[in-house]
Design a protein around this ligand. Structure first.
Ligand code: ATP
Ligand code: MG
Length: 555
């Protein structure tokens, strides 16, 4: 069946196939575990498509779990935006959204269990001292003087920590593993720390919070996750993940598998950097159409289908690489080429006055909405003595390669007549503002009868009925392929990433929203309506140009 054929395959799905075949599992459970400290980006979409995609294809379930162990940096706005983005991508999590903080009581009890087993201790060493004693990749660490504190004392100190008797940084609870381990994360990692902070879910109940590595594996086990999928930087942490699960009394043994992160050229995919772009006003918020966030891509005009398709095309491996922006753009272009109706808009207008066209007369012409899809129907467009054309579509003189309007030459107005340019009017700076021309009334929908060849076709908008509109054209946000490698990535911001144009669109377009909210403006690219639009002036974002312009970059 087509459906199974289009299923992606990757090393994780092969592991799942094996686990199902061997009977290790008979139902698959995955989770998507964002930290609510920023908006989701296209890298998260890769993880979402992987986790929810597996649940869909194996008739399993996928949980949405907020990894909320760091209350100081988290916020309910981020929780809400994450839910919205996952749903917009077309995925449904199992039951209610979950929170690691739902398990704080259990996590605390497991910490006590480790203390009771002599596998955790409260350390009062200063943070710098602890850091120094951890050693390096070449040298083993040293045991803390608190490492051999007896169980009773550790229990009472942890109780005091929990009761708020210690200040932040004064002490922490550490797992007692191996200070000589080749894996740094196994050198007695901190599993609980004091933090006097209000939490968006648990309020002021806690002043100790569990660390990510301790929380994540236990949350997975509590939820019965079978395959815990994360990115490669957690590879070493898998030892700690397994150690915690082995040493507490819990029935479930989830397994962690790592895949490579998505890196995309000419942008950054790290929340820390995205937060900086927003906070320092390099962009206009998280949903700025230049941002690689899901919210930014949505506002830019990307469809959920195009993002899911992108994730399918890039695949899932263990190899680190940099994906070209043109891969992402190809996905939305393919989608809109099929699904977006055509229309005409002039972004940088000059006037064309058709001197032999009767003054005051208006005509209604018919234009197809899609050149290859008759089912999309036709629309009526106005035509009269004055129309707008694109300034770059006219030249006073040009060689034969220029297939647009030239003085004393002819061109076809798309869906309308052939016109010939006769003279121009210029402003004080010498820019052409108006082109005076004549039209051939016999050329509506047919070639000139006397065999004249007219090769060029340009787009236009009827001046009498046109609607004024703003167009926002976007370019890459950074000037270098890998801004994260720069000393200061904000120095690499492209100062010309946004260009605003005031022009004209066919009448009636913006009235169709939301039924149609994306068009191909002929010859200018794919556009969508921005929510900055007002009743008297629509604002259009260019989602993507008609052709791949990225290939040229760097030449
Ligand atoms: P960032 O570095 O952007 O803050 P993160 O990993 O800290 O990312 P989380 O909210 O913890 O962000 O991520 C939730 C899930 O999304 C994790 O499983 C993480 O591995 C995955 N993820 C994050 N960034 C990417 C990426 N670029 N490619 C693939 N998966 C990603
Ligand atoms: Mg994280």
């Amino acid at each position: 069946m087509a459906e199974t054929e289009s299923r992606p395959t990757n090393f994780i799905r092969q592991i799942i196939d094996k686990d199902l075949a061997s009977g290790l599992h008979n139902a698959i459970k995955t989770r998507f575990p964002p930290e609510p400290n920023g908006f989701l980006h296209i890298g998260h979409a890769k993880s979402i498509c992987l986790n929810f995609g597996i649940a869909q294809d194996y008739t399993g379930t996928c949980n949405l779990r907020f990894d909320d162990t760091n209350p100081a940096k988290e916020d309910i706005t981020f929780v809400n935006s994450i839910k919205e983005d996952v749903q917009w991508l077309g995925f449904t999590w199992d039951g209610e959204a979950r929170y690691s903080s739902n398990y704080f009581d259990q996590l605390h009890a497991y910490a006590v269990e480790l203390i009771e087993k002599g596998l955790a201790y409260v350390d009062f060493s200063a943070q710098e001292v602890m850091r120094e004693m951890r050693g390096t990749l070449k040298e083993p660490g040293q045991n803390s003087p608190y490492r051999d504190t007896d169980v009773e004392t550790n229990l009472s100190e942890f109780a005091k920590m929990t009761a708020g008797e210690y200040k932040e940084g004064e002490c922490s609870l550490r797992a007692k593993i191996d200070m000589a381990s080749p894996f740094m994360c196994m050198r007695d990692p901190v599993i609980y720390r004091v933090k006097h902070a209000h939490h968006h879910q648990t309020g002021d109940k806690w002043c100790v919070y569990p660390m990510y590595d301790f929380t994540h594996c236990i949350s997975d086990a509590i939820e019965g996750i079978t395959h815990s999928l994360c990115t490669l930087e957690f590879q070493d942490n898998r030892r700690l993940y397994d150690w915690v699960i082995e040493n507490i009394s819990i029935d479930c043994t989830p397994r962690q598998y790592e895949f490579s992160r998505l890196n995309l050229e000419y942008t950054v995919l790290s929340k820390r950097r995205l937060i900086q772009l927003v906070e320092e006003n390099h962009v206009n918020g998280w949903d700025d159409p230049r941002m690689p966030t899901i919210a930014g891509l949505r506002r830019r005009g990307y469809t959920p289908g195009s993002i899911v398709e992108f994730c399918k095309r890039i695949g899932v491996t263990k190899m680190d690489n940099m994906v070209e922006m043109s891969m992402l753009e190809a996905c939305i272009r393919d989608d809109l080429n099929t699904n977006a109706p055509r229309a005409m808009a002039v972004l940088d207008p000059i006037k064309l006055v058709i001197e032999n066209y009767e003054e005051g007369k208006t005509e209604t012409l018919v234009a197809p909405n899609h050149p290859n899809d008759e089912s999309m129907g036709t629309r009526n467009i106005g035509f009269s003595r004055e129309v707008y054309i694109e300034a770059e579509d006219f030249r006073e003189s040009a060689n034969k390669k220029f297939k647009r309007l030239v003085l004393d030459k002819e061109v076809r107005l798309r869906n309308a007549y052939v016109v010939k340019a006769n003279r121009v009017e210029k402003d004080e700076a010498g820019n052409v503002t108006t082109v005076y021309c004549t039209f051939d009334s016999e050329t509506l929908g047919k070639d000139p009868t006397d065999g004249r060849k007219v090769k060029g076709v340009i787009h236009w908008v009827d001046a009498a009925t046109a609607q004024a509109a703003e167009f926002r054209l976007y370019d890459r946000l950074f000037n270098v392929p890998n801004p994260a490698a720069e000393e200061n990535f904000t120095d690499a911001i492209n100062p010309e990433s946004l260009e605003i144009k005031q022009g004209w669109v066919e009448a009636g377009l913006a009235n169709n929203v939301p039924e149609v909210s994306a068009w191909q403006f002929e010859r200018m690219g794919y556009f969508c309506v921005d929510n900055d639009s007002t009743d008297h002036k629509p604002v259009f974002n260019r989602t993507v140009g008609l052709r791949d312009t990225w290939a040229k970059i760097g030449e």
